[in-house]
Design a protein around this ligand. Structure first.
Ligand code: HEC
Length: 107
């Protein structure tokens, strides 16, 4: 009985770690190459960029002031977004739109 509980505990710990790891690498910033400003404007409509802007202003000032998109270049933003998209609990599509909006207005 004791060893059964131990095994169960171990399985739960492993599942927890796997789900954490999956969440950490599961954003657009980890999985898709960083587009340039020009590429963003080619592949996203004005409407999509507007949605990204709304997601940015509604989700990215919950823990700190809103950092201006012009404050960083696309590569720097991508590094930051690897940490902030999970913090803001954005899904994959939302992360994609926010990254596009920020890069469109980046340094
Ligand atoms: C749950 C709280 C939380 C949310 C939501 C959040 N952030 Fe942050 N942010 C932090 C914390 C904590 C730090 C400082 C630690 C760090 O840099 O990881 C930070 C730091 C930053 C920095 C400075 C990092 C650097 O290295 O220059 C930027 C830029 C930033 N956040 C942008 C964003 C954007 C964009 C969003 C929305 C997608 C966002 N944050 C959502 C908590 C949050």
């Amino acid at each position: 009985m004791k060893s059964l509980l131990k095994t169960l505990g171990l399985v739960l710990v492993v599942l927890f770690l796997v789900s954490c790891a999956a969440r950490i690498v599961n954003t657009v910033a980890h999985l898709e190459p960083v587009p340039t400003k020009a590429e963003v404007h080619e592949s996203f409509s004005a409407e999509e960029l507007g949605q990204g802007g709304a997601l940015f202003t509604n989700n990215c000032d919950k823990c700190h002031k809103l950092f201006e998109p012009e404050s960083r270049d696309a590569e720097k933003w991508n590094e930051v977004l690897k940490r902030m998209i999970p913090k803001a609990k954005l899904n994959y599509e939302e992360g994609k739109l926010v990254r596009a909006y920020i890069i469109a207005h980046s340094e």
